[in-house]
Ligand binder design. Structure first.
Ligand code: MBD
Ligand code: FE
Length: 306
């Protein structure tokens, strides 16, 4: 079949069959995607067994709850970010801290505090360097912003996230901090290690066939929200990681690799209630103002909650 015949066929299957209420947005998307799929099947001469393989792949990925991971690994989540950057730029919303992907491992409901928190449960204190991560949140006029909500989550020394990794305590390495009167947030934690896709999982199986690895550099996730400002979803990467600029999820960005300072000064160690040298990362955040014409910066998606 040629493409025009395929478009006609899709129309007879979808539009011409519609009788009850039609969700026109959904109909438009289905017609477009089905047409594109049929054309790909035709152009690539996909065989029936290959088509069923594809359906089985999606079935398995869904059952394994790996479709969010797949979206990251195929660059779909990065593509969404590129489009969000473009939409903001068209409205003159520029100059803030860069966004980067959320990923599939956020969990709502983390413990909250003001100004300071400790994130780790102490179980890996002998395996990881202590980390103090801190910074100031600035409003759209460049002034420190009190009471901004800073949600932080990251992996442990095995690259695993609490909740998804049931061996960890509840909300280990997940916290919400509201900035203090100076716009400052500070968290004591441990240095994370990079994530790797489950080696026997559906995402890695596809990456293998594409000749790709499934590794991320060590990183720390952020949501930052404040009234009147666009919610920022971002991450920082840990400098020096072997995958720093080779992230399987394409989330590394200029401006999101703050220096990691090694602190050995005994006075500073003591001031922070620590017993040994630690790493210090300063990550300041500049929010953009929200405007009515802009698409929502609060992205609805299904997320775990505990
Ligand atoms: C992660 O930790 C992550 O941040 C992403 C984007 C994908 C998989 C695991
Ligand atoms: Fe992550």
């Amino acid at each position: 079949m040629n493409h025009a015949q395929i478009d006609q066929l899709v129309k007879t299957f979808i539009q011409d069959k519609a009788e009850g209420d039609v969700n026109h947005r959904v109909q438009t998307v289905v017609v477009r995607l089905l047409g594109d799929l049929f054309k790909a099947i035709e152009d690539l001469d996909l065989q029936p067994a290959e088509i069923w393989k594809g359906i089985e792949y999606l079935t398995d990925a869904g059952k394994a709850n790996e479709l969010g991971l797949l979206a990251a690994g195929l660059g779909l989540e990065r593509f969404i970010d590129i489009r969000s950057d473009e939409a903001e730029a068209r409205l003159g919303l520029t100059g803030g801290t860069p966004r980067t992907i959320e990923g599939p491992l956020y969990v709502a409901g983390a413990p909250e505090s003001i100004g300071f928190t400790r994130m780790d449960d102490g179980t890996e204190s002998d395996k990881a360097d202590p980390l103090i991560i801190e910074g100031t949140v600035y409003d759209a006029d460049g002034k420190p912003l009190q009471n901004a909500k800073v949600e932080i989550w990251h992996a442990n020394t095995k690259g695993c996230y609490s909740y998804f990794d049931k061996s960890q305590s509840a909300f280990n390495l997940r916290r919400t901090i509201y900035t203090d009167a100076n716009g400052h947030y500070k968290a004591q934690s441990i240095m994370p290690v990079g994530y790797a896709c489950p080696p026997e999982g559906t995402t890695q199986a596809l990456l293998d066939m594409l000749g790709r690895h499934g590794n991320r550099p060590a990183h720390i996730h952020y949501f930052i929200s404040a009234p009147g400002h666009r919610k920022l979803t971002t991450q920082i990467n840990i400098d020096g990681d072997e995958y720093l600029w080779d992230d399987f999820a394409f989330a590394s960005r200029e401006g999101l690799v703050p220096p990691v300072n090694e602190i050995t000064d005994p006075d500073l160690i003591k001031q922070n209630g620590l017993e040994r040298p630690y790493k210090n990362i300063v990550f300041d955040i500049h929010l953009l103002k929200d405007i009515q014409e802009a698409p929502s910066s609060v992205v609805e998606r299904r997320r775990a909650a505990a």
